[in-house]
Design a protein around this ligand. Structure first.
Ligand code: 1CP
Length: 353
């Protein structure tokens, strides 16, 4: 059943920019815009664990919409986490305060692949879809709703490493010590992701982003061999099933991947702040929308310096096929007032240009 996805949102600037259509201003949203820097988020989270919150569709809708109540954003991203997919595949994941995600029993040997389930996505992740439906209803067409998932390599990295890491040595070791097992694991994750993203669209997501947050841990050859083929499968499957839904990919830190990604079937490539916008444009060509890429640390500066940095960023992108965002997520000690300055500066300065 298709829910609401036929009715165009009132503000479709994000979707238009993703498709390279003319827009009145540069659309803007922020990675991790729903989260700990907002006091109203912290208040709502009181007394519940992180994953309990993810499993409560009413809380999901409320948290997802919170940033829109404060800022004139051009999109809302559903509140969830990339690690709900390893959970659905049978792995335990805890969110530990001050430490981030922890897998008490990560994948250690190739035999551990036998522990993984091929989940019924509707049954195991139905709570995400219900959260999307309620968020879409709560939005009532104000702005488009973004669904997301972690990329196969990034999820594999957590499943083997057991949590965050500076270099993901154990996960990278698999790529060379047991490449066939790595291929099997990546293919199994990809299969789940295709169904998961497909169901997100059917539940109301109007734009999808794949987060390859640890792409930068891989060298160019390893990225091409282990990450890119699966990203291609995701884009081609979703593109075939939902040709009207723009697809974005964020391969953080993977400078070498830009050309490959620009031919992988995505409409939008999200870049971090270490890439120069004009050079990124040259490398991906004219037919891709680029998303990014203000250094989140800029938001610690004064309102005046934020506006200046936004001006430089907009100029670098040249006003064409650009979705403004940060180069990575909001941080827990960011001042919400400074996020407001960022969003308003993007709108104001791009309207003037
Ligand atoms: O208790 C809390 O509030 C924990 C903080 C938190 C939040 C708010 C985590 C733990 N996840 C989230 C929500 C979340 N995660 C969203 C939805 C909200 C939004 O964007 O507005 C999204 C899109 C994610 C995606 C996510 N989770 C990524 C990809 C994006 C990125 O930041 O690179 C990754 C890598 C994760 C894993 C994760 N979840 C949480 C943390 C602290 C981490 C990173 C840990 C690490 O560095 O390894």
């Amino acid at each position: 059943m298709r829910l609401q996805s036929d009715s165009a949102p009132v503000n479709d600037t994000l979707l238009r920019a993703a498709r390279g259509r003319v827009v009145s201003h540069t659309p803007v949203w922020m990675m991790r815009q729903a989260g700990r820097y907002l006091p109203e988020y912290r208040k709502l989270r009181e007394g519940t664990t992180f994953f309990e919150t993810c499993r409560n569709p009413d809380l999901v809708a409320e948290i997802s919409i919170q940033p829109l109540e404060r800022f004139p954003l051009d999109a809302v991203i559903v509140f969830s986490d990339i690690l709900v997919v390893p959970q659905a595949m049978g792995m335990e994941v805890l969110m530990v305060k001050g430490r981030g995600p922890v897998f008490p029993d990560p994948l250690r040997t190739t035999e551990d692949l036998g522990r993984l389930l091929a989940p019924d996505v509707e049954e195991t992740l139905g709570y995400v879809f219900e959260g999307l439906r309620r968020t879409r209803t709560g939005l009532n067409g104000r702005v488009p709703l973004i669904g997301f998932a972690g990329a196969p390599w990034t999820l594999m990295a957590y499943m083997i490493e057991g949590g965050g890491s500076k270099s993901f040595d154990k996960a990278r070791a698999w790529l060379y010590a047991q490449p066939a097992a790595a291929d099997r694991l990546l293919a199994a994750i990809t299969e789940v992701l295709v169904e998961y993203l497909d169901h997100q669209v059917r539940a109301g997501a109007q734009f999808l982003q794949v987060f390859d947050s640890w792409a930068g841990m891989l060298g160019p050859r390893a990225f091409e061999r282990f990450a890119l083929p699966h990203l291609r499968v995701i884009a081609s499957e979703l593109g075939r099933r939902h040709p009207d839904i723009p697809l974005a990919v964020f391969a953080r830190g993977a400078h070498h991947a830009l050309e490959g990604l620009s031919k992988a079937g995505y409409d939008v490539i999200s870049i971090d702040w270490t890439l120069d916008p004009a050079l990124a444009r040259q490398r991906v060509g004219p037919d891709i929308t680029i998303q990014g890429n203000l250094d989140p640390a800029v938001l610690y500066g004064s309102p005046k310096s934020i506006r200046e940095a936004v001006g430089v960023m907009l100029q670098g992108f040249g006003g064409e096929r650009h979705i403004a965002n940060l180069g990575h997520g909001m941080l827990p000690d960011h001042d919400p007032e400074h996020a407001a300055v960022f969003v308003e500066a993007v709108h104001e300065l791009s309207r003037q240009a």
